[in-house]
Design a protein around this ligand. Structure first.
Ligand code: ZN
Ligand code: ZN
Length: 256
C-alpha cells in the first residue's frame, strides 16, 4: 500500500513551542512547515522546517528522487533548503512545479506541469496538477497522485474546490484526501477565499461524498492547521472526527 508520511502540518504561524529544545522531535502541538513524503522518495513541498523534519524522521535524503511543489509561499518552498536537498544526490533532483512558476536558480531538473495533465514520477507514481483557489502570485496547484490504482489528493493550500478541479475529481473515489484546514471551528473567518476552516469542511465533505470524490473508505486528513486559530491537537481531532475526518500531525504515517 502507498504510504504518506506527514513531515509538517502547520500553516505559516509557527508555534513558539518549536523554539524549545523539547522540540527536537515531533510534537502534535508544535507543528512544522507543511510538507509530506510519499512512498519514501517523493517529497511534497520543501519549506522552512522540512530538512529538520526529514532528520527527525530519520529519512535518508539521498533517497528523494522527486520534489513536487504545491506553490511558492515560504512555508512550502525555501530555495536554500531545496539547494541543500539537491546537493545530497548523485542524480539531479527532479523538481515539479506549476508550468508558469517563476523560480530562482536551482541545481535541479525542473519539470513544469500543465494543469490537468498526468506526469510520471519515479517508481510508477504519477501526479496531476489541479486548479487551487489560493494566491495566484505563487502559482498554486493541488496534486492528485496515483499509484497501483490508489489515488491521493493533496489539497493545500487552497479554499473550497474550483470548478475544473471538481470536474476532474468527480466519481474518482479517492483513497486518501489531505485537505487545507488552516482555520478553526468558528465562523466569520476572513481567509475564506484562500484557506478552509472547519465549518467549511463541514459543508464540503458531504458534498464530496455526493459527487463520489470521496467514499466511506476514503482516509480524510485535515492539514495546514494554524496553531493560533485552532484548539490543541486532541480537541481538534475530536471535532474533526465528528465530520468524518482526522487532524494530521507531524510524524503521522498513513497507508492507503
Ligand atoms: Zn501555507
Ligand atoms: Zn500558501
Amino acid at each position: 500500500m502507498p504510504e504518506l508520511l506527514f513531515l509538517g502540518t502547520c500553516a505559516h504561524d509557527y508555534s513558539p513551542r518549536l523554539k524549545s529544545e523539547f522540540c527536537n522531535c515531533f510534537d502534535r502541538d508544535a507543528r512544522r512547515s507543511s510538507s509530506a513524503l510519499l512512498c519514501g522518495h517523493v517529497l511534497i513541498d520543501c519549506g522552512d522546517h522540512t530538512l529538520e523534519s526529514l532528520r527527525i524522521a530519520g529519512i535518508d535524503t539521498s533517497e528523494i528522487t522527486d520534489l513536487v511543489l504545491t506553490h511558492l509561499h515560504g512555508d512550502h518552498f525555501n530555495a536554500d533548503n531545496v539547494r541543500i536537498l539537491a546537493s545530497g544526490r548523485m542524480e539531479p533532483l527532479r523538481l515539479w512545479c506549476s508550468e508558469d512558476a517563476v523560480l530562482p536558480e536551482l541545481p535541479c531538473e525542473i519539470r513544469r506541469m500543465e494543469k490537468g495533465v498526468r506526469y510520471s514520477l519515479c517508481g510508477e507514481i504519477s501526479v496531476t496538477g489541479l486548479w487551487a483557489n489560493h494566491d495566484a502570485n505563487v502559482f498554486p496547484q493541488h496534486l492528485c497522485f496515483e499509484l497501483n490504482g490508489k489515488k491521493l489528493l493533496y489539497a493545500t493550500d487552497g479554499a473550497w474546490m474550483l470548478n475544473p478541479t471538481y470536474a476532474f475529481l468527480r466519481k474518482k473515489e479517492l483513497d486518501a484526501l489531505v485537505i487545507d484546514c488552516t482555520t478553526g471551528d468558528y465562523e466569520g473567518e476572513w481567509r475564506m477565499a484562500e484557506h478552509n476552516s472547519i465549518p467549511m469542511l463541514r459543508v464540503m465533505l458531504p458534498c464530496l461524498h455526493t459527487a463520489r470524490i470521496i467514499t466511506k473508505s476514503t482516509a480524510v486528513y485535515a492539514t495546514h492547521l494554524a496553531p493560533s486559530l485552532h484548539k490543541p491537537h486532541a480537541e481538534t481531532e475530536r471535532i474533526l472526527q465528528g465530520i468524518g475526518a482526522h487532524a494530521a500531525f507531524d510524524g503521522l504515517k498513513i497507508a492507503f
